[in-house]
Design a protein around this ligand. Structure first.
Ligand SMILES: Cc1cc2nc3c(=O)[nH]c(=O)nc-3n(C[C@H](O)[C@H](O)[C@H](O)COP(=O)(O)O)c2cc1C
Length: 171
């Protein structure tokens, strides 16, 4: 049995929630990226890294890719959380744009629908979101909406494939 670690980076709590659900179901270790001690990496055979999507990029992925490259004997699984409500086509797009051909790639990538939390968002991200939505309104020739409404679309059922995959790989 491979020892499993769930590592996460989370600004507004969505990736943390999914990471906690995963670690709870798998009964494995869970650590926030900011508190992770690199020396302990050698204890694990399978690492699950999860973070939010920001303008199509998986947060913190640069460092994870370097670790993946340096530890090819470990199994790496990556998940990204995002507010885009479509699953399969978006998963493919995010995988292709974040893991270019010829680059190190995880054993599996999963996209998990999460939502938007304006209450926990920093000022800069809130301003960015305002900018994105006004660009979008202009593109659609629709009136600009001043309201920023949070939405929570997280669902434990979205973890079914990931959990099945990790259980198989950890054997
Ligand atoms: C500035 C900004 C950019 C975002 N860009 C995307 C995106 O490209 N695709 C997406 O699906 N969601 C996007 N989101 C939504 C976040 O990915 C989503 O809320 C995510 O779950 C946040 O994870 P975290 O709270 O764990 O950091 C964006 C949110 C913000 C604030």
């Amino acid at each position: 049995m491979k020892k499993v670690l769930v590592l996460y980076k989370s600004k507004t709590g969505f990736s943390q929630r999914y990471a906690e659900w995963i670690a709870g179901d798998l009964q494995c270790d869970l650590v926030a990226f900011s508190e992770f001690e690199m020396e302990t990496l050698s204890d694990y055979g399978l690492i699950i890294y999860g973070a939010g999507l920001y303008a199509g990029q998986i947060r913190g992925l640069g460092k994870i890719k370097r670790w993946m490259k340096d530890s090819p004997n470990k199994t790496w699984v990556v998940f990204a959380t995002g507010a885009t409500p479509t699953r399969e086509s978006y998963e493919e797009l995010i995988f292709k744009t974040n893991f270019r051909q010829g680059e190190v790639r995880p054993a599996h990538f999963f996209y998990l629908i999460s939502g938007i939390n304006y209450e926990k968002m920093g000022v800069f991200d809130r301003l960015l979101m305002k900018f994105f939505s006004s660009m979008d309104a202009r593109k659609r020739k629709a009136p600009r909406s001043a309201k920023q409404t949070s939405i929570d679309l997280t669902n434990r059922d979205y973890l079914t494939d990931l959990l099945r995959y990790v259980r198989l790989k950890a054997r």
